[in-house]
Design a protein around this ligand. Structure first.
Ligand code: HEC
Ligand code: HEC
Length: 423
């Protein structure tokens, strides 16, 4: 329990404490024994203002008695409880011990209540009045100081009751936000955008995305500069929940009002928003209740249908998935059209390119059909992906088209693909 590396301070403090107590007792004893020189009229002989004289009476008995009791009490206390240096006290009591005991007792009492919630879906929990009463208390005590007691947030702290989610509004995503925390990072972009005028023009273009009041001449001039933002906010400005980059088309702004000055400030200075992690503080049941509470506040999105990514590739349709940082584009038979959602899937690659890496694009085909035709198709598909990257603002010399040693990746839809990774 001691924070010190040696015993010295413990002994020093204990010594000083005991010395103080015994010193008091000694002083009382001595002052009770000795009698100062007195004048014949029981005064000390000190006189002020002509006739104000200091009497030489002994300390009142009751006062001495109380003082002695106080000293004895402190000795007994220091024997039983921690207080003397690092000595833990004969009772073994500690603050953390008491706290843990109370928490354990509380958890024990609430266990049957939470047991009733086990196995319930977020949606069901959000309709359970008892669960929501508990959720309300948990939220008031832990979340309201940042998100507001009505969960509507304030400048810098997101509103949790609307449909705008930076990190996603499904039960899984909200649960992950609460359990692991979130850090949204927008780097300062002023220099990448250009001059102060460029930044103002771009800011007006951003405002135009949500039809907020803006200067349309400037917005037109600024449109092209949005490529610097597309890596995170998407080419259409609709955001990217994997990066916590907000949707800029809704007119809902967390960090300031929807006016030019705010957007200019965001572009020039960037922002890092931190939502603390709560996984260690709450039990899994409490995390579920909190998730349902937030989800049920009005903005909750229904759970994602299970397994959206993989099976799509099994059908003969284009799709795109991200696996271990590699973006895989699948194509319909004989086609080179890119699936929807490419911008989002490529966001990390684009961000990586901005950090100085190259985007490496490789095309594969399946083994059906004519080899020469297949090779041409693989090339067309790789070009289509390259063009997509260029549309997202990646310079051509940062894209490397790399022909795999064996472009034939076997049979089936999984084989007809173009992979993009950072090199
Ligand atoms: C590296 C990824 C990244 C890039 C590039 C980026 N942003 Fe952001 N942006 C974010 C993130 C993440 C947030 C949310 C910050 C937070 O969570 O506190 C954000 C927030 C914002 C906001 C504030 C929204 C609000 O709710 O108030 C604006 C406006 C904005 N970005 C505009 C831009 C513009 C314009 C550009 C291009 C110059 C740009 N961003 C480039 C990631 C990015
Ligand atoms: C210290 C302030 C603070 C506290 C306390 C806090 N949050 Fe947050 N929370 C934030 C910030 C800031 C963000 C935005 C993070 C970012 O920049 O992306 C956030 C984001 C979130 C999000 C994601 C919102 C989105 O748009 O995807 C959820 C959900 C959330 N908080 C729930 C909670 C809950 C539940 C609690 C209480 C257990 C809580 N927060 C406590 C500051 C806080």
């Amino acid at each position: 329990m001691s924070d010190f590396t040696s015993n010295f301070w413990s002994i020093y403090i204990a010594g000083a404490t005991l010395l103080g107590i015994f010193g008091c007792l000694a002083l009382l004893w001595i002052s009770g024994k000795t009698k100062a020189m007195t004048a014949s009229d029981n005064t000390t002989g000190h006189v002020w203002d002509g006739d104000l004289r200091e009497m030489n009476n002994p300390l009142p008995r009751w006062w001495v008695g109380l003082f002695v009791i106080t000293c004895l009490f402190s000795l007994a206390y220091l024997y039983l409880y921690p207080g003397l240096g690092s000595y833990a006290g004969s009772l073994g009591w500690s603050q953390t011990g008491q706290f843990d005991k109370e928490v354990a007792r509380g958890n024990e009492q609430s266990a049957p209540i939470y047991a009733a919630f086990a196995g319930k879906s977020t949606e069901a929990l959000s309709k359970d009045p008892q669960a929501m009463a508990i959720g309300d208390r948990l939220f008031m005590n832990n979340c309201a100081q940042c998100h507001g007691s009505d969960a509507r947030g304030s400048t810098g702290f997101p509103n949790l009751t609307d449909a705008q989610w930076n990190w996603g509004g499904t039960p899984e995503q909200i649960h992950a936000s609460i359990t692991n925390g979130r850090t949204g990072i927008m780097t300062p972009m002023g220099a990448a955008v250009g001059t102060a005028e460029d930044v103002r023009n771009l800011a007006n273009h951003v405002l135009s995305l949500s039809k907020s009041p803006h200067d349309s001449t400037r917005a037109n001039l600024g449109r092209d500069k949005f490529v610097t933002c597309a890596a995170c906010h998407g080419a259409d400005g609709k955001g990217n929940q994997a990066l916590g980059a907000p949707n800029l088309t809704t007119g809902v702004f967390t960090h300031g009002p929807g006016v030019e000055a705010h957007i200019v400030n965001m572009i020039n200075n960037g922002k890092t928003g931190v939502m603390p992690a709560w996984g260690a503080k709450f039990t899994p049941e409490q995390l579920n209740v909190l998730t349902a509470y937030v989800w049920g506040k009005g903005g909750g999105v229904p759970p994602a249908p299970a397994a959206v990514a993989a099976p799509a590739a099994a059908q003969d349709a284009a799709s795109v998935v991200v696996e271990d940082g590699v973006v895989k584009f699948y194509f319909a038979t004989g086609k080179a059209e890119i699936a929807a959602g490419a911008d989002k899937a490529l966001a990390e690659v684009v961000a990586g390119v901005q950090a100085g890496k190259k985007a490496v694009v490789s095309g594969y085909v399946d083994s059906t059909g004519n080899a020469a035709q297949n090779e041409e198709l693989a090339k067309q598909r790789a070009f289509a992906v390259r063009d997509q990257l260029k549309a997202l603002g990646v310079a051509e010399d940062m894209i490397e088209l790399s022909k795999p040693g064996d472009i034939d990746a076997g049979a089936g839809a999984q084989a007809r693909r173009v992979e993009v990774k950072l090199g």
